[in-house]
Design a protein around this ligand. Structure first.
Ligand code: ADP
Ligand code: MG
Length: 454
């Protein structure tokens, strides 16, 4: 029997023992905080205790309470029981993922080093016409890392499974051969690492790390566009790895040829292997994804409800899953059978949001007003106070930049202003932008509100 099995066998008793040895743990506290805890992995000197998500709380308050009150008590009791000093760590239990406790220690530590999330596997990735090519290419990379389709470049819109596939590749490669050094990294992390290494004068160290991997999985590579130093580091690591037949998998929201300001050298390298796109799933694939999701979460929902969700949300799988979660939360809340009309009500907002928003001067003025904490009425009024001039000119500027509305029309939407006033406002902001970083940031933030998915 290994340590974990020993703990599992006596877990309920061990918790009771902690309660009995501590007068200050009331029956209520015991039932609330201690009883629901589960034993997770045991790795070297650390025992992982799993906290159910509803207990951990959205903001982690529950986890904090448990850590503060029970971590040393658990440490003492469990170490005594196993006759060896262990550390106790807490992790949130993920009900949708069956932890694979049969992985050997070697595989586990290889997984940990790689940043791979073992919850994303090929097994729970639904294959449809929209992602077939990407999936078979991904599986080929698993079979012959570095030799099949190198690099593999996966692209597609948000929430379509790019990240899931990259983790699945890494996970399978480690399962096949735990001695393989796999590294999953988002482009944001990669950029931060480059910046940090420059600050700490440790660029060589970072290069060594990246150049010694067998498999590099770089997610959302569109974010390195325009970041010169990061691009350079990536370029060099890429060449090194490619030259040694190490596997490289990249993802992006668009194909290399559309990555406008990407270094040409980089672009042609991205295209050397295979580029595979993932498109939004068709109705049948959406149904299959929802059914599978309901299954793993143990949601009881009838087919009609699943059909309703699948017909109304089509462009993003994250939203599809979010909708089902929302419907199910509703069921727990009102404790009644979910009918299509309950589902309709629960996901009304999501459906509204997933329709592409038409960008109009009206929408722009509202968002600008919200951002500057003023009102649409003030922006379109004739007031000339200093506080209102900036939001007004920013509105004029954004109307011109984000829509093809003529100046005269923008003037009308701005409460009947002359087209020369709008032109003037637009010019003022354009000029100011070249020197004023704070304004640039404000405008970027407002743009993100107006076009949320960019
Ligand atoms: P992306 O990286 O393309 O934005 P993700 O890989 O993060 O998208 O996918 C978003 C969510 O949808 C994840 O929870 C993922 O598991 C799920 N998902 C995406 N595609 C599929 C699929 N074909 N089958 C099952 N789940 C999927
Ligand atoms: Mg992603």
């Amino acid at each position: 029997m290994n340590e974990r099995e020993k703990l599992l066998k006596n877990w309920e008793n061990l918790k009771l023992q902690i309660k009995n040895e501590n007068d200050n743990i009331s029956e209520l506290a015991f039932n609330t905080w201690l009883k629901p805890l589960k034993i997770g992995n045991v790795e070297n000197d650390t025992i992982f205790i799993l906290i159910p998500p509803e207990l951990a709380g959205d903001d982690g308050t529950g986890t904090a309470i448990i850590k503060k009150n029970y971590s040393s008590k658990l440490k003492i009791a469990l170490s005594e029981y196993l006759n060896k000093i262990y550390n106790v760590e807490f992790a949130e239990e993920d009900s949708s993922y069956n932890y694979d406790f049969n992985l050997s220690n070697e595989k586990l530590s290889s997984l940990q080093r790689s940043n791979i999330n073992p919850r994303y596997t090929f097994g729970n990735f639904v294959v449809g016409p929209n992602n077939e090519l990407a999936v078979s290419a991904a599986k080929a990379v698993v079979e012959k890392p570095g030799f099949a389709f190198n690099p593999l470049f996966i692209y597609g819109g948000p929430g379509l499974g790019k990240t899931h596939l990259m983790h699945a590749i890494g996970y399978s490669i480690i399962k096949n051969d735990p001695s393989k050094i796999v590294r999953y990294v988002t482009s944001e992390q990669f950029t931060n690492e480059v910046v940090d290494s420059i600050l700490n004068q440790s660029t060589q160290k970072m290069r060594n790390i990246y150049r010694s991997v067998d498999v590099l999985l770089l997610d959302d590579v569109q974010f390195i566009i325009g970041k010169e130093q990061t691009q350079n580091e990536l370029f060099n690591s890429f060449n090194e790895l490619y030259g040694q037949n190490k596997a490289i998998v990249l993802s992006s929201d668009k194909p290399p040829k559309d990555m406008k300001t990407l270094d040409e050298r980089m672009q042609s390298r991205f295209e050397m292997g295979l580029t595979a796109d993932i498109t939004p799933p068709d109705y049948e694939t959406r149904m299959a994804i929802l059914r599978q999701y309901a299954n793993t979460k143990d949601f009881e929902v009838n087919d009609e409800v699943i059909q309703y969700i699948a017909s109304n949300i089509s462009s993003n799988i994250r939203e599809l899953e979010g909708a089902l979660n929302k419907v199910y939360a509703r069921k727990n809340f009102i404790n009644e059978e979910i009918t299509v009309s309950v589902a309709e009500e629960a996901i009304r907002d999501i459906i509204k949001e997933s329709e592409p928003r038409k960008i109009t001067p009206d929408l722009i003025i509202s968002e600008v007003a919200k951002y500057y904490e003023t009102s649409k009425e003030s922006i379109t009024s004739k007031k000339r106070t200093k506080e209102i001039v900036i939001p007004r000119q920013v509105s004029m500027y954004l109307c011109r930049e984000l829509t093809d509305t003529p100046f005269a029309e923008i003037g009308k939407a701005m409460g009947g202003k002359d087209h020369t006033t709008v032109m003037h406002g637009h010019k003022e902001i354009s000029n100011e932008l070249s020197t004023n970083a704070a304004l640039r940031e404000d405008i970027d933030n407002i743009k993100k509100k107006i076009i949320p998915n960019q």
